[in-house]
Design a protein around this ligand. Structure first.
Ligand SMILES: Cc1cc2nc3c(=O)[nH]c(=O)nc-3n(C[C@H](O)[C@H](O)[C@H](O)COP(=O)(O)O)c2cc1C
Length: 221
């Protein structure tokens, strides 16, 4: 179940010295090449031997909102796949390689060690659903699980800038603007990835469409 992977994932900021095996690299590259897209836009994901963790994953992506949402959407699917592989990750917006808006650090966690950012960002604490959902919170168990998967998504500075609204024609998801820059678009893509993957566990046909007012609609049939 993807929700289990989502629950396990957390940002790791202290890594052990560890070289990814050839099998791990091969699997990561294959997954990155086939990752689902939001706007049918293929991003060229690259795994480098950057000097953080065991490597850094990034893709060139211009600083445009549509590309940033796509970046978050594809990048978070990669993060969750790495989590399934028992690898630790951290999105990192201060890594700027080849016009990438953020890097994904990957490696093996050095457990029991906290960093300043762990403390500054609230140790992964999350807002509760009533603060995130506009209108009534659904009673339906599947929708509740999808919302829970969204609630647990990572975001820059743990701001959790998203809002949700459950309507008859789908789950609407949007983001509040970010005083710190464009990170809310990455965060929006990330939460859409959580919504998409969780919904696919319950529904045969799941798609995401752009709706009015910079909102996205998750359609489940
Ligand atoms: C787009 C994005 C950029 C981030 N940039 C950084 C960063 O530069 N440095 C850092 O330590 N953590 C960074 N993070 C990690 C967040 O602080 C973290 O996801 C958030 O605090 C929630 O904690 P969790 O991932 O452990 O659940 C970033 C996360 C996202 C989604």
């Amino acid at each position: 179940m993807i929700i289990e992977t989502i629950r396990i994932r957390h940002s790791t900021r202290k890594f052990l010295p560890y070289n990814l095996s050839e099998d791990e690299k091969k699997h990561i590259k294959e997954f990155m090449a086939g990752v689902s897209s939001l706007h049918s836009r293929h991003l060229e994901w690259i795994l480098t031997d950057h000097n953080k963790g065991s490597g850094v994953i990034y893709a060139p992506c211009p600083d445009k909102s549509s590309c940033l949402v796509e970046y978050g959407f594809q990048g978070e699917q990669i993060v969750l796949e790495l989590t399934k592989m028992n690898l630790a990750t951290c999105w990192n917006a201060s890594i700027k390689i080849n016009a990438a808006p953020a890097g994904i650090v990957v490696g093996k966690e050095e457990t029991g060690k906290l960093s300043l950012n762990d403390l500054l960002t609230g140790m992964g604490k999350r807002k509760e659903l009533p603060a995130l959902v506009e209108g009534p919170i659904p009673q339906d168990e599947k929708l509740l699980q999808i919302l829970e998967a969204c609630r647990l998504a990572p975001s820059a500075m743990n701001r959790q800038p998203w809002k949700f609204s459950v309507q008859k024609d789908g789950l609407y998801i949007w983001t509040k603007s970010d005083l710190l820059g464009n990170h809310h678009w990455l965060d929006l893509g990330i939460v859409l990835a959580h919504a998409f993957l969780a919904a696919k566990e319950f529904f045969k046909n799941v798609s995401i469409e752009k709706a009015a007012g910079e909102k996205y609609r998750l359609i489940m049939r």
